[in-house]
Design a protein around this ligand. Sequence first.
Ligand code: 5GP
Length: 176
Amino acid sequence: MPEKYVERVLLTKEEIQKRVISLGQQISNDYAGKELLLICVLKGAVVFLSDLMRAITVPVFIDFMAVSSYGAATESSGIVRILKDLDCSIDNRHCLIVEDIIDTGLTLLYLKENLLSRKPASLKIVTLLDKPDRRRVDIEPDYCGFRIPDEFVVGYGLDFNECYRSLPDVCVLGEK
Ligand code: 5GP
């Protein structure tokens, strides 16, 4: 397998911070007077969640789900498995799925249908990053931080083989 390395910065930490605050304001306006359960998709979305929840002014609760992702490869298999389910019930609650990135959309479509079957009061999606050119199923986020081109990115929580999550910027991964 070719060696991977961080090729360049795509989004700086300052750009990300500014956009996350504006997403938080938009979400706070839309959910005014309500309580919101943020459902964080592990592990990639944890950094986004921790910044986003502090930018939201309505009362928030958090819970976590882990689903199978690409592992060591950079292509979606299309097979989604729940590795860790929610601890709480979402029955009759306003829920917002917090994703790091939507690529083919296969993971999110599965997650959305699975969560809808649990009868939440509402279910929306916020993603930090969206790669619309790669979409294979009909699913769109309700809130999106940045639309990015079809490149494999790491940093700000996103990994390759569990590496690079702690980079403060979103960077493009290249091959040697
Ligand atoms: P999808 O099912 O939409 O194809 O894939 C969604 C998941 O794939 C994301 O939650 C993320 O874990 C992973 N993924 C997709 N594109 C990228 C990328 O550019 N970088 C990283 N690090 N993960 C990605």
